[in-house]
Design a protein around this ligand. Structure first.
Ligand SMILES: [Zn+2]
Length: 160
């Protein structure tokens, strides 16, 4: 995929952090997150969303610096719909990646985008400390840590 158009996105100074300050992981900077947002916006154009009309793109950055993409794929049964976050995650695992540092989401039209509970838990399996950077409807940009979005997420250590 071509490089994202990071200049089209709100500046880091306008990024809100509704659930507390988020520390960027080592090796990840604002320019990289802006580039990820560009990738997320690009892949959102491929979303299949005839029922909601909402296009969501996800760009998942792994520890090795590779980016894995996903978009929402809706289904007439509704329940079989796949979110962009999980689409990116399964693509990443299929590509051999299992450790992740940041996720960028882009959605339109959407006033405020947050990953659903199922996606939070699926991401928690691999990256409890994941930084999630969200841009919705081109102008609203927010940043979260997955631990803040999913306190007490289930891990393999919880299983007998
Ligand atoms: Zn979801």
């Amino acid at each position: 995929m071509t490089q994202g158009s990071s200049s089209d996105f709100p500046s880091p100074s306008s990024v809100t952090q509704p659930f507390g300050d988020v520390t960027l992981p080592p090796g990840v900077d604002e320019a990289q997150l802006a580039q990820l947002a560009g990738f997320a916006a690009e892949v959102a154009e491929r979303a299949y969303s005839p029922y909601s009309g909402v296009r969501v793109g996800a760009a998942l950055l792994d520890e090795a610096g590779e980016v894995h993409l996903g978009c929402n794929v809706e289904n007439a049964s509704y329940g079989a719909t796949i979110c962009a976050e999980r689409a990116a995650l399964v693509a990443a695992v299929a590509a051999g990646a299992k450790r992740f540092v940041a996720l960028s989401l882009w959605a339109s039209p959407m006033a405020r985008l947050l990953p659903c509970g199922v996606c939070r838990q699926c991401l928690f399996e691999f990256a409890p400390e994941l930084v999630i950077d969200v841009t919705s409807s081109d102008t609203n940009r927010a940043r979260y840590s997955l631990t803040a979005l999913l306190p007490g997420g289930v891990t393999g250590d919880d299983l007998v």
